[in-house]
Design a protein around this ligand. Structure first.
Ligand SMILES: *Cc1c(COP(=O)(O)O)cnc(C)c1O
Length: 438
């Protein structure tokens, strides 16, 4: 158990005087004591906002509800609220009510690409299954802000069954992403049931869970949860760290537990003005993630959802960040920078340009240092004729496992299919004289 900081001890005193210090690490205690009103915010941070600010806060909170776990709030530095990355992700801003012409309620058309209520089917081979309408904390930059706090958005068992049934009847779905809301807000039993149902569908090869709990409620990653998840491999988890300050000792412990259970971890960050729109911050974040066995997966350009205008950066900022990562640091530290296309076109990768020019037999490239180089293409290349008749193809299209039935040792000499006539011990002088390998 990690020691509590003084701030954390002070917070316990204010919100639940009777609580034992150990309750801080009980995730249900954290949720029961989530901060939802301004007065408590002020008391816990030891600040008082002027009347104008309080009015703005209440207006913004009315439109887009607030909820912050005591743990996540404890990461805020009250001495520098205006610049604090956690404060900016947790505390409503009056700017959320400023709509721009670009804003849309459902920019990704998730509701339209939805064959049954809790499924979004956009790509050919994978679907989003919305299993929970609840989050541990309401991110101010949520792309599904329209649904936050909306009780109707919580799928009941019947909706879930319909979603699972859709997946069962759609054989091209080989990858299911559990999302929401946060799937880890469900009880272990409910999650176990969903994963079990999906596991019984032959064509579902892999399941992924998207969760922000390691960031805002790391105590949710209990031994019991992890023991249950382990029984549902192959299972992948994507988290959502946006700033290196979020990778605390408690978060590291949660990530370590998941990784020790053999769950490959990825991270999806959102590029947010005033939070992480800086190459140095991003580099520190990806390095911290990788040290904790989390592979940076996506860096999202902030969506066009309503209430997010003040978080958006120009696309050039993302390209500048990618420019500062690619080549400068390990390849597995570099996420793919994507814009999720408005209208539901899916994620589109964006990169700096490395291909400067090309002719019919040469390409001109530049590297991360600005060195301009060339790659000479083959003088002749005979493309294979392809009539898409894979059954008859004698090329590389054999995708089944290679045979591991190789004869070894004396078995080799006995087997009809092996041409060996002798086994020679290593270091045989006679063979060495012949110049043959023994
Ligand atoms: C992001 C997303 C996916 C998964 O995309 P990957 O690129 O495979 O991570 C699937 N469905 C929807 C609707 C998505 O938004």
């Amino acid at each position: 158990m990690n020691n509590l900081s003084q701030t954390q001890k002070d917070i316990i005193q204010v919100i639940d005087d009777d609580a034992a210090m150990s309750q801080w690490q009980d995730w249900t205690w954290q949720l029961r004591h989530s901060i939802r009103d301004l007065d408590l915010f002020e008391r816990l941070l030891g600040v008082s906002f002027d009347e104008e600010k309080q009015r703005e806060f209440r207006k913004a909170a009315e439109r887009f509800p607030i909820s912050v776990t005591p743990y996540y709030l404890s990461l805020i530095d009250p001495a520098d609220l205006e610049n604090d990355p956690v404060f900016k992700q947790a505390f409503p801003s009056p700017l959320e009510l400023v709509m721009t012409r670009a804003d849309m309620t459902d920019p990704l058309h998730e509701d339209e690409d939805s064959p049954v209520p809790c499924v979004t089917h956009r790509y050919p081979d994978r679907v989003l299954l919305l299993v929970s309408g609840v989050c541990a904390m309401y991110c101010r930059h949520c792309t599904r802000k329209r649904k936050v706090g909306d009780k109707d958005a919580i799928p009941d068992k019947e909706d879930l069954l319909a979603g699972i049934d859709y997946i069962r009847k759609t054989p091209q779905v080989r990858d299911v992403l559990l999302s929401g809301g946060d799937p880890f807000m469900l009880s272990d039993e409910r999650l176990d049931w969903i994963l079990g149902e999906l596991g019984m569908i032959d064509h579902v090869e892999v399941v992924r869970i998207g969760t922000r709990t390691p960031v805002v409620l790391p105590y949710r990653i209990t031994d019991d949860l992890v023991a249950m998840l382990k029984t549902h491999h192959p299972l992948w988890v994507n988290t959502h760290f946006n700033h290196p300050g979020e990778v605390t000792a408690s978060a590291r412990e949660a990530l370590g537990r998941l990784a020790d259970a053999g769950i490959p971890l990825g991270n999806q960050s959102v590029l947010l003005a005033g939070v992480n729109d800086c190459p140095r911050i991003m580099r520190a974040l990806v390095h911290k993630l990788v040290r904790n066995r989390v592979r940076p997966y996506y860096l999202y350009q902030c969506d066009l959802s309503e209430g997010l205008a003040h978080f958006r950066t120009p696309v050039g900022k993302g390209i500048e960040i990618m420019e500062s990562l690619i080549g400068h640091t390990s390849g597995f530290c570099v996420p793919t920078y994507v814009i999720d296309a408005p209208g539901g076109g899916g994620k589109i990768p964006i990169m700096p340009n490395y291909l400067i020019s090309w002719s019919t037999n040469k390409v001109v490239l530049r590297n991360y240092e600005g060195v301009i180089t060339t790659y000479k293409e083959p003088d002749s290349y005979e493309p294979w004729f392809c009539d898409r008749n894979c059954d008859r193809c004698d090329l590389q299209l054999r995708t089944e496992d290679a045979s591991e039935i190789k004869a070894i040792g004396i078995e080799k000499l006995l087997a009809d299919h092996d041409k060996s006539i002798a086994l020679v011990p290593g270091g045989n002088v006679r063979y060495e004289r012949r110049g043959e390998e023994s």
